[in-house]
Design a protein around this ligand. Structure first.
Ligand code: ADP
Length: 463
């Protein structure tokens, strides 16, 4: 109790970290999504003037490749030494469970060490804007900026509006490790700050993770306002499917489904959205699945027994609740759990659909759509999954080796998982990224990723 009290009671203050005078807006509270009474801190958002100051003072990181590596490794050490505060922020600001929190901290440290060790020897692009989402507020934030920094760029980082506190802590640690303040600046705010940071000619490239709709807006703005050929590295949404055939091991399939659909309250771009079960085993499998769902604990992420926490905020909660209400009115809700009435929780829910084409958009929460198929319909199912235009993750549960080959050859997905869950990536050995509407590639944490942060030769890198 006493050991965790400092981080449970602490209040953090975030604001712009820029090389120049600060003209931030008035501070606003940041909300813990699980506990309405808990506000872990306040944030002062960047003004248009702050964005201009940051752009004017941004300067590529002029250390040698080796020195940059030493400093990024030092930052990784500092992340590890500040585990307690970062851990508490992931839980209190982002509503992450203890399991998710530990995994995310490890991933953030892995990104720092991987990019520190693998920086290519080449010229930086100049000033890079990095725009990150709230669902991995430390790992994705750190992955983007450390790749851009390892390649010597000046970085302007804009965290998601829901999770500025942990971004502020991370940038302070990177500065403390020795990254110059002109090479890494933080501009908290919402989409308006992001729009300013992706429409100024002084910006030479953009790394973005978030919704497909926002990525398309950024692409249009870059085409209108930035130099031709300025790279956009985008990681966006998915409509991810899993196929379970009648040879699958039921216990293994159910475990994989539960983790893929409901871990992190379904708020992962890799999460399973549409499950296809072969007709002849469907009733038994769904019964096992609902039985396993009843065993899940949904609640305060700070409690060790919690499997799944809240969704990020009221806007997310009401959007998902509307989707469920619609299905309810059509009699398609197959099962729904009980969850806490306070905090922005959504009950893990199963919804019956005819197929993935019934999903009009990605529902970013603990909602799993379920369809069935006959054995002679397998290729049709694959075509329907490909026809969504997304291509992030795909799961297959089968014991037929030829089928693994057949399905893997046909499916368009950046990451294919067989007989396991379909969430999670490993920096270096298992890079993550999608195709089509899911992103531009190359995969984050893979060998070709950092090359995108370098100057395009025939375009010139003058600033
Ligand atoms: P999500 O559904 O994950 O909130 P968004 O695409 O809305 O996805 O948000 C991802 C990031 O993009 C956030 O940091 C958000 O503030 C930022 N953002 C939103 N709109 C814009 C925009 N028009 N230009 C640049 N960044 C934006």
């Amino acid at each position: 109790e006493t050991a965790r009290a400092p981080f449970l009671n602490h209040t953090w203050q975030a604001g712009p970290l820029i090389a120049g005078s600060n003209n931030a807006n008035k501070s606003q509270p940041v909300q813990n999504p699980a506990l309405p009474a808990d506000q872990p801190g306040t944030v002062a958002t960047a003004s248009a003037k702050d964005v201009d100051t940051a752009l004017a003072s941004a300067h590529p990181w002029e250390a040698s490749r080796k020195e940059r590596g030493v400093i990024l490794n030092k930052a990784a050490d500092l992340y590890e030494q500040n585990f307690g505060a970062l851990f508490a922020l992931l839980a209190r600001e982002a509503g992450k469970t203890q399991l998710d929190t530990v995994a995310e901290l490890r991933e953030a440290v892995d990104f720092l060490r991987y990019f520190a060790a693998n920086a290519p020897k080449a010229a930086p692009a100049g000033t890079f804007t990095c725009i990150s989402p709230w669902n991995f507020p430390l790992a994705i934030f750190t992955g983007q900026i450390s790749a851009a920094l390892a390649t010597g760029n000046a970085v302007l980082a804009k965290p998601a509006e829901q999770t500025p506190l942990i971004a502020h802590e991370a940038v302070k640690l990177l500065h403390e490790a020795g990254v110059p303040r002109t090479a890494l600046q933080l501009l908290p705010g919402a989409g308006d700050v992001g729009a300013l940071l992706t429409s100024d000619r002084r910006v030479k490239g953009v790394a973005f993770t978030g919704s497909t709709a926002t990525a398309l807006k950024i692409r249009a703005s870059m085409a209108d306002n930035l130099a031709p050929g300025a790279p956009l590295i985008a990681e966006t949404g998915g409509l991810n499917a899993m196929i379970v055939d009648s040879t699958a091991l039921p216990e293994q399939a159910v475990t994989a489904i539960i983790e893929s659909a409901f871990q992190s309250a379904g708020q992962r771009c890799s999460a399973l959205r549409c499950l296809y079960v072969q007709e002849d085993i469907a009733d038994g499998l769904i019964e096992m699945l609902t039985g396993a769902m009843k065993e899940l604990h949904v609640g305060d992420p700070w409690e060790l027994r919690t499997d799944s926490g809240p969704v990020i905020d009221i806007t997310a909660q009401s959007g998902i609740a509307n989707h469920i209400a619609q299905a309810q009115s059509e009699g398609r809700v197959m099962f729904q759990m009980d969850v806490p009435q306070t905090g922005t929780f959504i009950a893990p829910t199963l919804i019956r659909v005819n197929g993935i084409a019934d999903l009009e958009r990605e529902i970013f929460g603990p909602v799993l759509h379920v369809a069935t198929f006959r054995s002679d319909e397998l290729d049709e199912v694959i075509d329907a999954i490909n026809a969504t235009g997304y291509g992030l993750t795909f799961g297959l549960q089968t014991r037929i080796d030829d089928r693994v080959q057949h399905v893997s050859d046909r499916i368009h997905a950046g990451n294919i998982y067989v007989n396991r869950n379909q969430i999670g990536a490993i920096v270096g050995s298992q890079p993550f990224g999608g195709e089509g509407l899911s992103g531009t590639g190359p995969k984050a944490g893979g060998p070709n990723y950092m090359g995108r942060f370098l100057a395009v030769k025939n375009q010139g890198s003058g600033h």
